[in-house]
Design a protein around this ligand. Sequence first.
Ligand SMILES: NC(=O)c1ccc[n+]([C@@H]2O[C@H](COP(=O)([O-])OP(=O)(O)OC[C@H]3O[C@@H](n4cnc5c(N)ncnc54)[C@H](O)[C@@H]3O)[C@@H](O)[C@H]2O)c1
Ligand SMILES: N/C(=C\C=C\C=O)C(=O)O
Length: 500
Amino acid sequence: TALATRAPSSVSVDVDPPLLQHYIDGEFVATAARFENRSPVTGQLIAAVCEAGPAEVDRAVAAARRALAGPWGEASVEDRAAILYRVAAGIEARFEAFVAAEVADTGRPVEQARRLDVARGVANFRAFADLIKTAPSELFESRGPDGATLLNYVSRKPLGVVGIISPWNLPLLLLTWKVAPALAMGNCVVAKPSEESPSSATLLAEVMRDAGVPPGVFNLVHGFGPGSAGEALTRHPDVAAITFTGESRTGSQIMKTVADGVKEISFELGGKNAAVVFADADFDAAVEGVRRSSFTNAGQVCLCSERVYVERPIFERFVAALKARTETMRLDYPDAPGVDMGPVISHKHRDKVLSYYRLAVAEGATVVTGGGTPLFNDIRDAGAFVQPTILTGLPDDARCVTEEIFGPVCHIAPFDSEQEVIGRVNDSAYGLAACVWTTDLSRAHRVSRRFHTGLVWVNTWFTRDLRTPFGGTKLSGLGREGGRHSLDFYSEITTICIRL
Ligand SMILES: NC(=O)c1ccc[n+]([C@@H]2O[C@H](COP(=O)([O-])OP(=O)(O)OC[C@H]3O[C@@H](n4cnc5c(N)ncnc54)[C@H](O)[C@@H]3O)[C@@H](O)[C@H]2O)c1
Ligand SMILES: N/C(=C\C=C\C=O)C(=O)O
């Protein structure tokens, strides 16, 4: 994993790129099948990655089952918490290496990788170690029909082997958001990160090994979805549960695959999130807030606002202000001073985003700013950069207003009443997140409770308390993770009744 230790740099390429391997049963394992990992900044080769197939997935699941039957299966809450704290400390000890890994794979600004991605990797392990040490158990005392006292209490056991499939947009954050609680509850995991972002997951395996996580407890297999490691993991009969983060249609496919085995599933899927700006909002805060919620991570956050509704009295002023603020954004190398935005994850995704930019014009949109690719006249033109883009003038049923684009783009529309905007926000196949900008406290509570979404932020965005439930409704997901909701998903509950 030489790659992961390289400091982020404007142009980085090795004649012999590092080989990223699987981590199975406590050892790094190479396979003959491999695929390329390329920089989205320059298009250059940064690593070769081993691809796992059913055989490697089977080895990983078997190792996980052996670990469950070993000391790990008997570990106490204190033992598991202690190991999770060591993993958190291990990530911290290699903080800059993780930053370099995330930046190499995704081209994101170094500062974002530090402040968000890797910081949350540490926080996720600490949060669930804290939680299992303090989580209360349930016990109810009642009287039986014969008057005897009955003690009813809940006992939790691990699910067993948990399959974790994660996406490329926040690689370490989203992988550890699932690995931490799964291990906290005593499971063993087989993790399959996205083929677009293998580096930080590989580094995490090193940290797991060095932290003394027993062989087989954490396993990592690289590869793709259909016909590759991802599908093999969902099909494996000894995998008890699948926790998946990714596109809604992928979730639907995985649901079909696991249906025969009636496996536990937890899905964090797509979104077409709305930001709502009322005329009484703190105007400057709302402009900066919507810029962040539309363009952070080049719009590749499931919580990003691709739909913006602005109360008519301030609509023109808001569009002009957001345009002006957006046009000051700096697209650049990850380590460039003052960089605001990097490229999207790949040429393939860039082409998808650009196809929506063209579609928007075909659907009659006004392109207020952006709509294409920046021109650097250097190696960055071989990367996957797209311009942050603001659209107006589309009807609510336009594809660019209903379909998830997952790029740095938002469509802004005026509205005239609370009732109207609530209806428009809810008129979506998705239901992940919404963001509201208003200084009217009653209105903030009133509208937030009426949104058909799993999450609402008011006068802020993507601020997280890890003890709260996180997830979406409709096409945006199944279930909630976070706090005790993760403990519930990652454990099998037995209710025991004792007659005294
Ligand atoms: N709700 C959330 O919390 C959340 C968070 C991040 C990203 N997302 C969503 O993820 C999407 C972007 O990520 P992506 O492009 O990596 O998603 P994706 O669905 O293409 O892939 C996600 C993961 O699933 C694997 N995969 C794909 N097909 C599979 C199959 N048939 N069986 C098993 N595994 C399969 C991929 O290899 C990858 O590891 C966006 O839609 C975004 O909204 C949602
Ligand atoms: N699951 C979380 C974030 C998801 C971001 C989506 O791209 C989190 O903050 O825990």
